[in-house]
Design a protein around this ligand. Structure first.
Ligand code: C2E
Ligand code: CA
Length: 432
C-alpha cells in the first residue's frame, strides 16, 4: 500500500518521502509503454541571502511563492516534491520527445526568475537545474537522485538560472535541436525565409516548363541554410505547418505576379508529410486561395512524397482528389524511392511523377541502373503521367532521358536553385 502523502508545511508541496513513488511510477511507465520522463532537480541558489534579508516569516512566504510557481509551471500529470530546504524535484511524465524536457526546464526557469515582493523587499530568485532522463540515464530508482545531483553540480558553476543534463551528449543534441527550433521561429517571426527557384525544362523543346520552389533559412551570420538542416526539426515540432503556409502563400503570390507580367510557367511546391497528414488545414488553405481573383490554381503543382502516400493509399487518394477538384496539379515526389510504386500508380489520379534523384546515380555508366531508369519512365508514360527526372547533372544523362522520352528534367545541368530575382534574370536570358 502507498504511504499517504505528507506535505511540506512551508511550501505546501508533497515532501521528500513522495519522491520514490513518483520515480517508481515513471520507471514503470517507461518499461510498459516505452515512455520518457524527465527529472528536474531545482536548487534555489540564493536562499541563504534571502533568509538573512527576510527572516523566518518572510522566508516561509517566499517558499510558498516558489512552491506555487513550480506547481503552476507543470502539467497535472507531472509530479513535484519539496526535496530539501532549498531544493525541489519535478518528475515530468508528460513528455513525448526528449527535447520536451527542455521546454519544461525553460518554463520553470522563467516562472522562477520573476521578481517577488515580500515584506516590501524585492527578491529575484536565482536557480540551477540538474536534468536526468528516464529511462535513458538509468532504470534504477535508487540511482536517479544521485545522477540528478551530479547534473546539478555541473549546472551550478554555469551561473544564474542555468542547467545541465546528466548525459552531456543527449544534452548537446537537445540544445542543438532547440537552437534550430529557435532559429526557425525567429525566421518565421521576421518573415525572412527565402524561396529559391529551380527550373524544369521540357526535354524535347528545351523550353522552361516550370520551377520548383525550395525554401532556405538564413542563419545568424546571414548565410543560407539548406532544408535538410531545418525541415526535419520543423516536422518534429509542428513548425512545418507555418513554414508550409508561408511557402504556399509565397508561391501563390509569385504565380499571380508572373501571370500579370505574362510569365506563364507553373510553380511546384513541396508538401511535407506532416502537412499532408493534417490535410484538413491544407485543404482549407487551398480552398480559400482558389477563391482569390486572378489566381489560376492549375499553375500550382503540389509535390507529395511517395512515402506520404504509401502510408495510407486509400485516404491519400481521397486527399489528392480534393486537391485536383480545386484545380491544383499533383505530383508524386521521389517516385520509386518506396517499394509499392506499381500497385500505387494503378489507383492514383496524379498529373506528374518525379523520379527520385538516386535512380540517376550510376547512369549512364551502369547498364542495369540505366535499364531501371528506362523502365520507370516507360511505366509512367504508359499510365499517361507527365514524367519528370530530378537531379540531372550531365549531358550524357540528359541524352539518355531524351532518348527514353522523359518529358521534363530538372538538375544542376540546367541550373542550381536561384533566388527569385536571379531566376527572373536567368529566365530572361535563357535560350532553348
Ligand atoms: P526534393 O524535393 O527532392 O528537392 C530537390 C533537391 O535536390 C533540392 O535540394 C535541390 O537543390 C537538389 N537538386 C536539384 N538538382 C540537383 C542536382 O542536379 N544534383 C544534386 N545533387 N542535387 C540537386 P534542397 O533545396 O536542399 O532540398 C532538399 C529537400 O528539402 C527537398 O527535396 C524537399 O524534400 C525539402 N524541401 C525543400 N523545400 C521545401 C519546402 O518548401 N517545404 C518542404 N516541406 N520541404 C522542402
Ligand atoms: Ca520536390
Amino acid at each position: 500500500m502507498k504511504e499517504p502523502l505528507q506535505f511540506d508545511e512551508i511550501s505546501g508541496l508533497p515532501d521528500r518521502g513522495h519522491i520514490w513513488s513518483l520515480l517508481e511510477d515513471s520507471l514503470h511507465l517507461a518499461r510498459r509503454n516505452k515512455g520518457i520522463s524527465g527529472v528536474l532537480l531545482i536548487h534555489i541558489n540564493n536562499l541563504d541571502g534571502i533568509k538573512e534579508l527576510l527572516g523566518e516569516e518572510g522566508v516561509a512566504e517566499f517558499m510558498k511563492t516558489i512552491g506555487g510557481r513550480i506547481k503552476n509551471s507543470i502539467w497535472e500529470l507531472d509530479g513535484v516534491v519539496h526535496y530539501e530546504d532549498d531544493q525541489f524535484v519535478i518528475v515530468a511524465n508528460s513528455i513525448n520527445r526528449l527535447e520536451d524536457i527542455h521546454v519544461v526546464m525553460k518554463k520553470v526557469h522563467e516562472y522562477l526568475a520573476i521578481e517577488c515582493e515580500i515584506n516590501g523587499q524585492n527578491i529575484i530568485p536565482s536557480t540551477s537545474i540538474g536534468i536526468v532522463l528516464l529511462p535513458h540515464d538509468t532504470m534504477e530508482v535508487e540511482e536517479v537522485m544521485g545522477l540528478a545531483e551530479q547534473a546539478l553540480k555541473s549546472a551550478r558553476p554555469r551561473g544564474e538560472n542555468n542547467y545541465a543534463y546528466y548525459n552531456q551528449d543527449i544534452g548537446e543534441q537537445i540544445e542543438e535541436l532547440e537552437a534550430v527550433k529557435g532559429a526557425i521561429m525567429a525566421t518565421l517571426a521576421a518573415e525572412s525565409f527565402v524561396m529559391m527557384l529551380q527550373p524544369k525544362i521540357d526535354t524535347h523543346s528545351n523550353s522552361i516548363c516550370g520551377v520548383e520552389a525550395l525554401v532556405r533559412m538564413r542563419d545568424s551570420e546571414g548565410e543560407l541554410v539548406t532544408p535538410d538542416e531545418f525541415i526535419p526539426v520543423a516536422e518534429n515540432s509542428n513548425l512545418i505547418m507555418e513554414i508550409g503556409e508561408w511557402v504556399l502563400l509565397k508561391a501563390k503570390a509569385l504565380v499571380k505576379d508572373w501571370s500579370a507580367r505574362g510569365i506563364d510557367i507553373p510553380v511546384s511546391i513541396n508538401i511535407s508529410d506532416v502537412q499532408f497528414k493534417k490535410s484538413a488545414a491544407l485543404i482549407s488553405a487551398l480552398h480559400s486561395l482558389k477563391e482569390e481573383d486572378d489566381f489560376d490554381t492549375s499553375k500550382l503543382i503540389l509535390e507529395i512524397s511517395e512515402n506520404s502516400i504509401t502510408d495510407n493509399p486509400m485516404i491519400s487518394a481521397a486527399i489528392l482528389s480534393e486537391f485536383q477538384n480545386c484545380g491544383y496539379q499533383v505530383s508524386i515526389d521521389g517516385f520509386g524511392s518506396g517499394f509499392s510504386s506499381l500497385s500505387l500508380l494503378k489507383d492514383l489520379k496524379v498529373d506528374e511523377i518525379k523520379i527520385d534523384r538516386h535512380f540517376l546515380n550510376d547512369v549512364p555508366e551502369d547498364e542495369k541502373s540505366t535499364a531501371i531508369l528506362q523502365s520507370i519512365i516507360m511505366l509512367g508514360k504508359s499510365m499517361d503521367f507527365r514524367v519528370v527526372c530530378m537531379g540531372v547533372e550531365s549531358e550524357e544523362q540528359y541524352e539518355i532521358l531524351k532518348k527514353h522520352n522523359c518529358d521534363e528534367l530538372q538538375g544542376y545541368l540546367i541550373s542550381k536553385p536561384l533566388d527569385v530575382s536571379d531566376f527572373e534574370e536567368w529566365f530572361k536570358n535563357y535560350t532553348s
